[in-house]
Design a binder for this molecule. Structure first.
Ligand code: SAM
Length: 315
């Protein structure tokens, strides 16, 4: 299976409408994944050049293979998007990007490769690291966090209402035997959640797996700083498009872009603004753009996507 078959890019037409590849210039894809968005951008913009980054070395390899036909128009780098400033210093030859895309979360390729440990439906080591060359795995967190911290992660990152119960069960079970696989964790959570089968809308381990994935990959850390760096990097009138897949992520995107659009966050009634609000961008999406029913039907993994776009203004 090649990269194109492993992940369907979400909101592809909408991203192209906003990022206008036909205008050429430099495009930076901060979450290259299987390269679907970048391929569409390069196909639609013959004068466009692109830099793609991803922290997942295996994904990067597949995307590079897919995008090889673009030759020197495409450069790939194994990097975390939070290093965007350094990546541009190393690879952009002094050019400022006209368009930047961040399509957060995991790719279908990562979810479908059982041995990556993202999916509870397939037996695999409990890993979940996007960058397997570094950091603690989900099994490490499950083995070492104390019960209160585990419950806090499940509650905050997974919005799991049964977080305490589940954390208690995990700590009890790990004392008996190390929790090393996805299916064992899923079973423990399913039992602890106590939701009868006929009332289960989603698998009872869904929220726990989401929470651990966010914690393992520190997905929310530095998001605000990344968005600010991306705006700083853009050329005047350049555009930043961001696709978020869960509410915590989207809230940070929404608040950061709102602040960058000059929204004053001072308490009402202050005689002068004290928060230092400065308008750096105009918001091109007053409300997030979401996939059509048709797209969701064709690609159910698109269902929670929210796209927000900002345009840098001249200052
Ligand atoms: C939803 S996929 C992107 C799919 C891509 N737009 C496509 O069309 O194929 C998200 C990608 O972001 C990568 N990623 C997640 N966090 C990252 C980070 N902090 N830095 C760089 N890449 C990251 C993941 O490894 C994954 O490949």
């Amino acid at each position: 299976m090649d990269a194109a078959e492993r992940h369907v890019p979400v909101l592809r037409a909408e991203v192209l409408d906003f990022l206008e590849p036909a205008r050429g210039g430099l495009f930076v894809d901060c979450t290259l994944g299987m390269g679907g968005h970048t391929e569409a951008m390069l196909d639609a913009g013959p004068q466009l050049v692109a830099i793609g980054m991803d922290r997942d070395a295996e994904s990067l390899e597949l995307a590079v293979e897919r995008l090889r036909r673009f030759g020197e128009r495409f450069t790939a780098t194994h990097s975390d998007y939070r290093q965007i400033t350094a990546v541009l210093a190393a690879h952009a030859s002094g050019r400022a990007p006209r368009a930047i895309l961040a399509d957060f979360g995991v790719s279908s390729h990562q979810l479908d490769e059982a041995e990556r440990g993202f999916a509870f439906s397939k037996e695999a080591p409990l890993d979940m690291r996007m960058d397997r060359s570094t950091g603690e795995s989900a099994a490490d967190l499950v083995a070492t966090l104390d019960e209160t911290e585990l419950a806090r992660i499940l509650y905050i990152y997974g919005e799991e209402p049964r977080s305490r119960r589940i954390a208690r069960a995990i700590c009890r079970e790990r004392d008996r035997e190390t929790i090393a696989t996805t299916t064992r964790l899923a079973e423990i959570v399913a039992r602890a959640s106590g939701i009868p089968r006929h009332r289960q809308r989603i698998h009872p381990a869904t929220k726990t797996f989401q929470a651990l994935r966010i914690a393992v990959n520190s997905e929310l850390d530095g998001l605000d700083g990344f968005l600010r760096d991306a705006v700083d990097a853009l050329e005047p009138q350049g555009r930043l498009a961001v696709i978020a897949f869960h509410s915590l992520e989207d809230r940070i995107v929404k608040q950061t872009l709102k602040a960058l659009s000059g929204h004053c966050s001072c308490p009402p009634g202050l005689p002068v603004c004290g928060c230092g609000a400065v308008k750096r961008v105009s918001l091109l999406t007053r409300r997030p753009v979401v996939p059509s029913e048709h797209e969701i039907e064709a690609n159910p993994r698109a269902r929670s996507a929210k796209l927000r776009v900002a345009q840098r203004i001249d200052i």
